[in-house]
Design a protein around this ligand. Structure first.
Ligand SMILES: Nc1ncnc2c1ncn2[C@@H]1O[C@H](COP(=O)(O)OP(=O)(O)OP(=O)(O)O)[C@@H](O)[C@H]1O
Length: 374
């Protein structure tokens, strides 16, 4: 049962839950405006000092204003748990917006005018209707036939407990002060990722011009948002498809910005030893607990692009340990080997974004924007 009220907000319904808490549709009783209210269920225990820090950090965010960054209104504390009031987005997360496994994705929005962002004249966003595909054809075939597995679009649970990778309860090793050490053997598998009942889409579905147009359009807007926050000296730290929402007008909003930083220290580790972020999208330097900058977000953007183009993440493993090994040591399979008819320019952009060394990636979101526009 959701709470009836949180601070000055009346809770109307539950919108969804994630690793860090639950999001409600709520009414601000002071203004009668509807907001999205995120009640965090993880994080520091909120003594007075932590509560002051929460309010201070989110005051900074509330000052930010960009059409592609979700507006944060205020932060508060409800029965010891922090909450954030933010702009209510009527739309879908990027994953669902581009999900072809549910019978072709959401209804095609009507064509709209140019976005408020820069765009080159020859951008090709494809026809709105796309080529004829049989929506009933859900034949499950394997990767060799050009489709991908059931768990291709799923995400892992974030904030896995590092202690669980250190040999379990009997392990008295230095788990408290070791941020992330991929050489350690994990004690258990990563959370299950398959989405029950999902039908593997075909590569032809992934490559539909209408879908590729939506993907490119959304990513250009993500670049705008990243350029803005990086320009303010901030790093998102947990960029992934579920933290990107697309509203009914196809306007993208970057979500959960600032949360990872609030929940963790500079190395991305929480007070109780958890790594904040979502493994699949983490840059090598983030896994290693090294200092992050905007290029770490660009790595995450590359994973998103690779995954949404090929139907599988660049590094796919059953355990965090194996995933970290791959991210640190191996090269991702060529995207165009997985998706023979994928867009070569977008594939090049994805591969450059997921380079291991930040210096070898695109250096700014503006550069990525330009490359996506070519
Ligand atoms: N501002 C918002 N407006 C409308 N719906 C929202 C908003 N923020 C979140 N939601 C909805 O609530 C769901 C849960 O969001 P939440 O941020 O808790 O989870 P997540 O991003 O999927 O995972 P995590 O917190 O682990 O990163 C989202 O998938 C989205 O559908």
């Amino acid at each position: 049962m959701p709470p009836k009220a949180i601070g000055p907000y009346r809770v109307l319904e539950t919108l969804g839950s994630g690793g860090a808490g639950t999001v409600y549709r709520a009414l601000d009783r002071r203004s009668n405006d509807e907001v999205a209210l995120k009640l965090l269920s993880t994080g520091p225990s909120l003594d007075d000092r932590a509560a002051r820090r929460l309010v201070r950090e989110f005051e900074t965010l509330a000052d930010l204003s960009h059409p592609n960054v979700v507006k944060v209104f205020e932060a508060g504390v409800h029965e010891g748990w922090p909450y954030l009031a933010m702009e209510l987005i009527e739309g879908l997360t990027l994953r669902h917006y581009l999900d072809v496994s549910l019978g072709g994705g959401p209804p095609t929005p009507p064509p709209r005018g140019p976005l408020s962002i820069r765009r080159t004249e020859d951008d090709d966003f494809g026809s709105v209707d796309g080529p004829d595909e049989d929506p009933d054809d859900d034949s499950a075939v394997d990767d060799d036939d050009g489709t991908f597995g059931l768990n291709a679009f799923a995400e892992e649970a974030p904030s896995e407990d590092l202690a669980s990778f250190h040999g379990g309860a009997g392990d008295d090793s230095d788990s408290d002060d070791v941020p992330v050490d991929p050489r350690r053997e994990p004690a258990r598998k990563a959370s299950p990722t398959a989405r029950p009942g999902a039908t593997p889409p075909r590569m032809a579905d992934l490559n539909r011009p209408e879908r590729m147009g939506r993907l490119k359009d959304a990513l250009l807007q993500v670049c705008e948002a990243l350029a803005y926050i990086h320009g303010h000296g901030l790093v998102h730290r947990d960029l992934k498809p579920s933290n990107i929402m697309v509203d009914d007008d196809r306007q993208v909003r970057l979500m959960d910005f600032g949360l990872a930083k609030f929940l963790a220290d500079d190395a991305g580790i929480t007070a109780d030893g958890k790594l904040v972020g979502t493994y699949r999208y983490m840059a090598p330097e983030q896994i290693l607990g090294e200092p992050l900058d905007g290029r770490s977000d660009l790595y995450s953007l590359g994973v998103i692009l690779y995954e949404l183009m090929s139907g599988r993440p660049p590094f796919d493993a059953k355990t965090p340990h194996e995933l970290w090994r791959q991210v640190l040591e191996t090269e991702a399979p060529p995207l165009l080997a997985l998706n023979l008819h994928g867009d070569p320019q977008l594939a090049r952009v994805a591969h450059r974004l997921i380079r291991k060394e930040p210096d070898d990636r695109f250096q700014t979101a503006e550069e990525v924007y330009e490359a996506l526009s070519e």
